[in-house]
Unconditional design. Structure first.
Lengths: 283, 389
């Protein structure tokens, strides 16, 4: 999308909302240098009020991710029902969210069609969904998109629970945690999605938490870049859920830090091809 | 990988749906229903097709794959299951191009969640359904029960009687689905095996023409390609919001989907020659059928004529959604007995007919065959004789 498409003609300008004018003047689109998490707060896009619960780790991960897109003017986000829907619908990016768990199939079809229709343009297709969407109901669609080598970046917003449906156990819940539908505690460990990504065709994978905001932004940016030409990529972001895991909303970063020190240590994996591509795009 | 072998594709001359369906000279071929589907896809200027195997659908999607290899289609792949296929077709259509896929019976049910999504997203997807049984005990035999499940998905639904219909209805399907005032998915149904696996005469236009390219700028919803003015779709998402504005917005969206299907009627009349076809409209007995039950009914009428019974007419239902209520009401005005032969145990067509006409006690509850049984003309004749006494 060129700058021309979004810039209003002079005669029309006065009829536009202040938000739109602000988006054109300060927003993340068509910048010489793409925004990073450091630029959060200098524009309205994705930083306005949202309907997530206070202290929501998922909404923070979404803001960090969307502030780090290498080319927001050519990025389409595919989601799935769940908490992530609330913040993502307020972005001005093209965002679609339909049946639960179908996101990597929708993204596969979309990315391929965009290649057919816009062979000379780079269109980034980003999947951004919760842990239930990736690891439970959409696991087959996720893995098969990786096996097929689709050029899409998948970001799991891992809050370790089905938040929007009222706090049920997900496959990414830690073992032993008591939640709805796990009345005596979860009986098996977190699904090893990071390991599955490495063995299922992802050429880049990372595990981060919202306690390290710059790492969240950097890994998502790398995942999107590598997905353009090398293959499927995966970033798993831990964004704790105070509402359902029952801790005060002011303690979200603390909870993420605790995770980062123990079972949610930072990890990054990439193939030689991905590494070489990233070096090349830096140069 | 998207296709770079587009030489053949680009050598085809783009034409209007009117030229393709109405004025292009046709030549005689002797092909199966699956081959007729592929012949339609070959002329449909399809950007992308996605496949998953299931009997009796598979052959049509093998042939569609061959068309991709030959350069007629921009991209094609085999997905992991039918839900994934219909989701990926949804995604491809979001990208603003013309798409095609096909499935059968259990595959239809596996993918079920995506069909209302297509309609709600106002996508002009054309999907071929080769109907088969879905019940326990497992059946791969012809049955039309899956159509009952799809009646309220918001999709437009056509039922082909034979391979000729299958070819014509798929191409007409694109023309109707892509009308700016319609813009809904079209399911084109045929009875598995009877149509897909048998050979018959099909009149085809030349294969050096194809439908004009699909232009997504005429769609009621812009494509998802970030080539449009950015906008925040909603302040507060409608989903999960318990307030009047959310309910009203969702309800009016649904009503608009139904209204779009209503607006399709004139285009069905134009491209398919009507929602129904009637033979012997003044007859005392009317058979109402769709799919291959129409052919069996024709045979029953022929056999009865041999016996000297001449007051039996036939209504062939081509469009199931939108349903031809008024046309059927009119065409049955003089009938004292209505017979609805069906290839399913539920009798969905019978229910639709009963809901559309006055004095629906005239409708006899069958005959119905299922589980793989064929429908010999004798049981249609038997039903007529039983209820006439």
């Amino acid at each position: 999308m060129s700058k021309k498409i979004i810039t209003p003609v002079k005669e029309f300008e006065e009829f536009l909302t202040p938000e739109y004018k602000e988006l054109i003047a300060n927003g993340p689109y068509n910048r010489d240098k793409p925004t990073t998490v450091d630029d959060l707060g200098t524009f309205y896009e994705m930083t306005g009020p949202h309907p997530h619960c206070a202290g929501c780790g998922v909404s923070l991960a979404i803001r960090l991710g969307l502030a780090s897109l290498p080319a927001p003017e050519d990025t389409i986000v595919i989601g799935t029902p769940g908490c992530s829907y609330f913040a993502l619908t307020q972005s001005t990016l093209n965002y679609s969210c339909t049946a639960f768990g179908n996101q990597n199939s929708v993204a596969s079809g979309l990315k391929r069609m965009l290649k057919v229709r816009h062979p000379d343009k780079q269109k980034d297709v980003l999947v951004m969904v919760g842990d239930g969407g990736v690891a439970d109901i959409g696991l087959d669609n996720t893995l098969h998109s990786w096996f097929r080598g689709e050029n899409i970046a998948t970001v799991m917003l891992d809050n370790e629970v089905y938040g929007n449906t009222g706090g049920q156990e997900s496959g990414m819940t830690t073992e032993g945690t008591v939640l709805n539908m796990a009345p005596t505690g979860k009986k098996f460990p977190k699904i090893p999605m990071f390991e599955l990504a490495k063995t299922s065709g992802c050429v880049y994978a990372a595990k981060v938490t919202v306690a390290s905001p710059k790492k969240v932004g950097e890994t998502i940016r790398k995942a999107i870049l590598v997905a353009r030409e090398i293959g499927p990529t995966y970033v798993q972001v831990y964004g704790p859920c105070p509402t359902n895991l029952k801790f005060p909303p002011s303690k979200t970063i603390e909870a993420a830090k605790d995770g980062e020190k123990s079972y949610y240590k930072y990890e990054e994996y990439m193939t030689d091809g991905a590494k070489e591509y990233l070096n090349r795009s830096k140069a | 990988m998207s296709n770079t072998n587009t030489d053949i594709h680009t050598a085809q001359k783009p034409v209007s749906a009117d030229e393709m369906l109405h004025s292009a000279a046709r030549s005689r071929t002797f092909i199966t229903g699956s081959e007729a589907v592929a012949e339609a896809v070959k002329r449909a200027n399809v950007d992308m097709a996605i496949a998953y195997p299931i009997t009796p659908q598979s052959e049509s999607m093998h042939l569609t794959g061959d068309l991709y290899a030959q350069g007629y289609i921009g991209d094609y792949y085999r997905a992991e299951n039918e839900f994934a296929v219909m989701a990926a077709i949804h995604g491809a259509s979001l990208g603003g191009g013309r798409v095609f896929t096909a499935t059968s019976g259990p595959g239809t049910l596996r993918a079920m969640e995506m069909f209302p999504v297509w309609a709600g997203s106002r996508q002009p997807i054309v999907c071929a359904f080769m109907c088969r049984g879905v019940a326990l005990p497992p059946s791969i035999q012809p049955e039309t029960i899956e159509m009952a499940f799809l009646l309220d998905t918001g999709m437009i639904m056509f039922h082909a009687e034979n391979a000729q219909d299958y070819f014509d209805f798929i191409l007409a399907g694109y023309a109707i689905a892509e009308q700016p005032e319609v813009h809904l998915p079209v399911g084109v149904f045929a009875d598995g095996f009877f149509v897909t696996h048998t050979r018959e005469v099909v009149m085809l236009p030349p294969d050096d023409i194809k439908l004009n390219v699909y232009d997504p700028t005429f769609a009621p919803i812009p494509p998802f390609d970030m080539e449009h003015v950015p906008m925040r779709m909603v302040r507060d998402p409608l989903l999960n919001k318990s307030n009047f504005v959310s309910y009203a917005a969702s309800a009016s969206w649904h009503q608009e989907v139904l209204a779009a299907a209503e607006r399709a009627r004139k285009h069905i009349n134009h491209y398919m020659g009507g929602l129904i076809e009637v033979e012997n409209p003044d007859a005392d007995v009317m058979i109402i059928a769709s799919g291959t039950a129409v052919s069996q009914s024709r045979e029953a009428i022929r056999a009865m004529k041999d016996e000297g019974i001449n007051d039996v007419g036939l209504i062939k239902v081509k469009s199931v959604r939108p349903f031809p209520e008024k046309e059927i009401e009119q065409a049955t005005a003089k009938a004292s007995l209505i017979i609805v032969p069906e290839f399913n145990v539920g009798g969905w067509l019978s229910r639709e007919v009963k809901a559309s006409i006055d004095n629906n006690k005239r409708v006899a509850p069958g005959p119905r065959v299922f589980g793989g049984a064929s429908m010999p003309s004798e049981i249609i004749i038997g039903e007529i004789k039983k209820y006439r006494q």
